[in-house]
Design a protein around this ligand. Structure first.
Ligand SMILES: Cc1cc2nc3c(=O)[nH]c(=O)nc-3n(C[C@H](O)[C@H](O)[C@H](O)COP(=O)(O)O)c2cc1C
Length: 173
């Protein structure tokens, strides 16, 4: 399968990106493309901008990347219980191109944060709303207390139980 993987964060030091990179390394039997949402930066969505200039080409490029994939792997960063502005903006523009942003693809949704909550609020939000955007969520997993459970130098989960749960989640793709 062709799997498109990305972190829903625009941070250059994104811990969700580290988690996505690790999760991707657990899928050697598949072809995984890891995308950086910074390559899809657009002005803040506004209906005025859309009326004046249409939908930016980056939104089309993002939609096309999803179209090419057989499955998606997304790790959500949480800002104040919600999506990062960077991902929400990309998603809003993309949804103007086509409402079914996830295009009926199987999706594994992950999240992590430095705190004990592991960004579970945004993960719940993303999971529960996925059907509106034709996302077929096959598994979700929140990794709490990222820095206690992940070795950044080695780029891997150090918590064996969580690593097992991640493998189980990825096996649903
Ligand atoms: C504006 C802001 C709001 C945040 N809100 C939350 C939050 O609601 N829950 C949480 O677990 N962490 C929160 N954090 C901490 C993030 O989880 C942390 O910055 C994490 O590194 C973000 O993921 P990323 O590195 O993949 O971008 C917040 C951080 C910022 C800057």
């Amino acid at each position: 399968m062709k799997i498109l993987a990305f972190a829903a964060s625009n941070s250059r030091k994104s811990i969700n990106q580290s988690l996505v990179n690790y999760a991707s390394s657990l899928l050697p039997e598949h072809s995984v493309e890891v995308l950086n949402i910074n390559d899809y930066e657009m002005p803040i969505y506004s209906s005025d901008l859309e009326e004046a200039h249409g939908i930016p080409s980056a939104a089309n490029r993002f939609i096309a990347k999803i179209a090419e994939a057989d499955a998606l792997l997304i790790s959500f960063a949480e800002h104040n219980g919600n999506y990062t502005v960077a991902y929400k903006n990309l998603f809003d523009w993309a949804s103007r191109e086509r409402m079914d942003v996830y295009q009926s693809k199987p999706v594994v949704m992950l999240s992590t944060s430095p705190g004990p909550g592991g960004a579970c609020s945004v993960l719940k939000l993303a999971n529960e709303s996925a059907h509106f955007f034709k996302g077929n969520v096959t598994a979700t997993l929140s990794i709490p207390s990222f820095y206690d459970n992940f070795d950044l130098e080695k780029g891997e989960l150090t918590n064996g139980e969580l690593a097992g749960k991640l493998r189980q989640a990825l096996a649903t793709l």
